[in-house]
Design a protein around this ligand. Structure first.
Ligand SMILES: Nc1ncnc2c1ncn2[C@@H]1O[C@H](COP(=O)(O)OP(=O)(O)OP(=O)(O)O)[C@@H](O)[C@H]1O
Ligand SMILES: [Mg+2]
Length: 312
C-alpha cells in the first residue's frame, strides 16, 4: 500500500480533478484505490456523491470530521469505519476488477485546524507544546497502519489549498507528494517554497520520532516528491502555448522538485464540470479519446514512479 498526498497550497490548480481522475484511472487497471478528502470544500466527495446523497447518507456519521473531532483524532471513531464505496463509479468499474473507495469530507471541517490547536492546549514548556503538535502530525500515518488499509494498492489524499495542521497530517502519512500546478506566474512562485516547507516538516517530525516519538512506536518517514504535474495546459499546434512553456521551463530549471513528463491539458469539455456526474471524465471517455490517452500515459508514469520509490 502506497500513499500519495496531492498537494499545493495554491488554490484552483486542479488538485481535486487530478485526484478523482487518477484514482478512477488506477482503479480501472484493476487496483484497489482509496481516496481521502481532507478539504472542507469537499469537492472530491461531491465528485462521487450528490449533495443530497451526502446529506442523507454520509454527513452525520461517515465523514473525516468525525475522526478529527473529539479529544484527539481517532478517539470517537476508527478511521476504517469511515470508508464508503461510491456506487455509481464502482458500477462503471465492475468489469475491471478494481475498486474505488472514499473517506468523505465535511463542509464544517473548515475550522478544524483551529479546534485541534485549541484542544492541544499549551504545554507547560515550549518543548512540551511542540512535542504535542508533532505527535498530532503523525495521527493519520498511525491510523493508516491499521490492517484494513493494507488491502489497498494506492491511497490518494486530496489536500486543501493550505499548509495547516490537517494538511501536515496528510504529508506525514504519505510516501509521496504529487504537486499539481498551473503554468503561470503565481502558481510557479509557490512551488519554490512548497518544497522547502515539506522538507522542514519531514525533518522536524523525524527529529521528534528519533527522540522517542510516542512511546517509541512511531517510525521515521521518508516522504518524497513524485514531482510537479502541470495542469490546465493549453495546447496549440501540438505544444503548450508560449507563455506556459516559459513557466514550465522556469520550474524545471529552478524548483527543487522534478517535473513529470505527463501533463493534464486544459479541456473544459472533459474536466470543466468538476466531476458533477459521479463518474470521473477519464472513465467515461472513449479509449481513443486524445485527452484520455494522454491521461493514461500520465497514470503510467505516476504508477512507475511510485513503484520505483517503494523499492528504494
Ligand atoms: N484540465 C482541466 N481543464 C479544464 N478545466 C479544469 C481542468 N482541471 C480542473 N479544471 C476546472 O478548474 C477548476 C478547479 O479545479 P480543481 O477543483 O480540481 O482545483 P483544486 O486545486 O482542487 O482547487 P482547490 O484549491 O479549491 O481545492 C474546476 O472548476 C475544474 O472543473
Ligand atoms: Mg480541491
Amino acid at each position: 500500500m502506497q500513499v500519495i498526498a496531492v498537494m499545493n497550497y495554491k488554490g484552483g490548480v486542479g488538485k481535486t480533478t487530478l485526484t478523482a481522475n487518477l484514482g478512477a484511472a488506477v482503479a480501472a487497471r484493476g487496483h484497489r484505490v482509496l481516496l481521502i478528502d481532507l478539504d472542507p470544500q469537499a469537492n472530491l466527495t461531491f465528485s462521487f456523491y450528490t449533495v443530497e446523497q451526502w446529506r442523507e447518507e454520509l454527513r452525520k456519521d461517515t465523514t473525516i470530521m468525525r475522526w478529527y473531532e473529539g479529544d484527539a483524532p481517532g478517539r470517537e471513531v476508527d478511521l476504517h469505519r469511515l470508508v464508503v464505496t461510491p456506487p455509481l463509479v464502482n458500477h462503471h468499474l465492475a468489469d475491471t476488477g478494481g475498486r474505488l473507495d472514499l473517506i468523505s469530507s465535511h463542509l464544517k471541517l473548515i475550522d478544524i485546524d483551529l479546534r485541534l490547536a485549541a484542544r492541544l492546549g499549551g504545554g507547560t514548556t515550549l518543548g512540551e507544546s511542540k512535542r504535542k503538535f508533532l505527535d498530532l502530525h503523525g495521527c493519520l500515518a498511525r491510523a493508516l497502519r491499521h490492517e484494513s488499509f493494507q488491502e489497498y494498492d494506492l491511497v490518494l489524499i486530496d489536500c486543501a489549498p493550505n499548509f495547516g495542521l490537517v494538511t501536515k497530517t496528510a504529508i506525514v502519512a504519505s510516501d509521496h507528494v504529487l504537486v499539481p500546478a498551473k503554468a503561470d506566474y503565481l502558481s510557479t512562485l509557490g512551488i519554490h517554497y512548497l518544497a522547502g516547507n515539506c522538507d522542514d516538516l519531514v525533518a522536524e517530525y523525524n527529529d521528534y520520532v528519533n527522540h522517542g516519538g510516542r512511546d517509541g512506536a512511531d517510525q521515521p518517514i521518508q516522504t518524497r516528491f513524485l514531482g510537479v504535474v502541470f495542469t490546465m495546459v493549453k495546447i496549440y499546434a501540438g505544444k503548450p502555448i508560449g507563455t506556459q512553456q516559459y513557466y514550465m521551463q522556469d520550474v524545471r530549471l529552478n524548483a527543487q522538485i522534478g517535473v513529470l513528463n505527463g501533463m493534464v491539458r486544459d479541456s473544459p469539455r472533459h474536466f470543466g464540470d468538476a466531476g458533477e456526474g459521479g463518474v470521473p471524465a477519464m472513465l467515461r471517455a472513449p479509449l481513443t479519446d486524445e485527452v484520455a490517452v494522454e491521461f493514461g500515459r500520465l497514470t503510467t508514469e505516476i504508477l512507475d514512479a511510485v513503484e520505483a520509490g517503494a523499492k528504494q
